[in-house]
Design a protein around this ligand. Sequence first.
Ligand code: SAJ
Length: 416
Amino acid sequence: MTSICVVGLGYIGLPTAAVLARAGADVVGVDVSDRHVNAVNRGELPFVEAGLGEVVADAVARGRLRAQQETPRADVYIVAVPTPFKRGPSGDHEADLSYIEAAARGIAPQLVGDELVVLESTSPPGTTEHMAEVILTERPDLSVDGTAGRPVVHFAHCPERVLPGRIMTEMVSNSRVIGGLTPRAAELARDVYATFCEGELRLTDARTAEMAKLTENAFRDVNIAFANELSIICEKLDVNVWELIELANLHPRVNILQPGPGVGGHCIAVDPWFIVSAAPEQARLIHTARNVNDSKPAHVIQRVREAAADLASPTIAALGLAFKPDVDDLRESPALSITRELAAQLPEAKVLAVEPNITEPPEALNGAPNIAFVDYRTAIAAADVVVLLVDHREFKALDRNLLDGKRVVDTRGIWR
Ligand code: SAJ
C-alpha cells in the first residue's frame, strides 16, 4: 500500500486526501491548524462541501486517513497550500510562496530518495522548480535526476481544477494536466492520480502545467471583463446590456459571459496576476482585464450614490455578500466590499446588508455603525434604494411587487 502525505487540509487538500484514501492509499493529512486536524481525526469536516463528509468519515473510521501537524515520512507528498498574492517591493502583485516553502521545508528531512512530491497549489511559472530547490538546499545529498549518483526525488505539478460546491464530482471526473520536472516524475504522478481520476491524464513539463492552470482562470477573467466593459458602455449608450448579450449570443460563435459587480473568489481574481507578474510587458490584455474587473465595484458604488443623491439620509438594501450565487463564501467578494464601502462613503445612510446563506453578520462588517445585517424582506421593505449584488436563488424568485417605488440598481440583470 502506498503511503501518501497531503500537506494542507483545505478545500483542495482534504477532498484529495479523502479520495486517495477511498482508492486504497494510506493517507496522512498535515495542517498547521488545530481545528482542521482535530475535525478530520473526529471524521468531521472543518468546512462545508457537498458529499465530502461521508468520504472523510468512512476513511477515518477505516483507519485509512488521519491528520497531524508534523510532516511524516511517506512515499508520495501532495502539497495543496494557499498561494495568495501580496504586494511586491515595487507595488506589483506577486505570489506569496511562503506556504509552499514551509511545506517543502517540512518534507525535506523525511526524504530518503525515490519519493514523489507533487505541487497542486495554483502557482506562478517556475514554482515547482523553486519548491525542488528549497528541498534540495536543505538536502544536498539528494537530486532531481540522479546527478553525481545522488538518490532521486521526483517532482511534479498537478494543478487542481475543481469548482467549489462540485468538488467531489469534479475531482473524479475532470481531466488533469500533470507536468514533471522530469518525464519520469510526470509518469509517477500519473500513476497516483489514475487511482481515483476517471478523466484524461495529460503529461507535460512542470512549467507548461503551471501556465495551463493560470491560463484557464485568466481566460475566464478576460471574458468576464469583456462583459463588464460592455455593461459600462451600454449604460452610456442607454442600451440594455442583458438583452444585448442574449442577442449577440444567438451567433453560433459568440458566447459572452455575464456582467456583474466585479470578480471575486480566491482564484479568478488572483491567478491572472501571476501571469502579469511573470511577464509584465507582454501580459497587456490580461492586465487590463484585471483592472476592468477590479474597477467595477467603484462603478457600482457611484451608481448607488447617484440613485440616492437627492435623499438626506437614504436607506440602502444591499442584497448579497457572497462572491457568487448560492454559496456562503465571502473571499475576495466584490459584494462585501461594495456594502462596506457604501456605508463608509455615505455615513448619513443606513445600509441593510443581506446574505441568505449565512446566519451571523461577517466580521468584515463589524465596526460600521450604519450597517445592519437583516433578512431580505425587512431590508427591501425599509429601503429607498435596493442594490442587487449577487444572483442568489432567493432574489431571483422575489415577488417583484416588493420593489414597487424603490430605486433599483441591479448589477446582475435578474430583474430586467
Ligand atoms: N462571474 C461573473 N460573470 C460570469 C461568471 C462569473 O461575474 O459570467 C464572477 C462570479 O460572480 C465570481 C467570479 O466571477 O465572482 C468567479 O466565479 P466562477 O464561478 O467563474 O469561478 P470560481 O472562482 O468559483 O472557480 C474557478 C473555476 N475556473 C474556471 O472556470 C476556469 C474552477 O474550475 C477552478 O478550479 C477555480 O476557479 C480555481 O480553484 O482555480
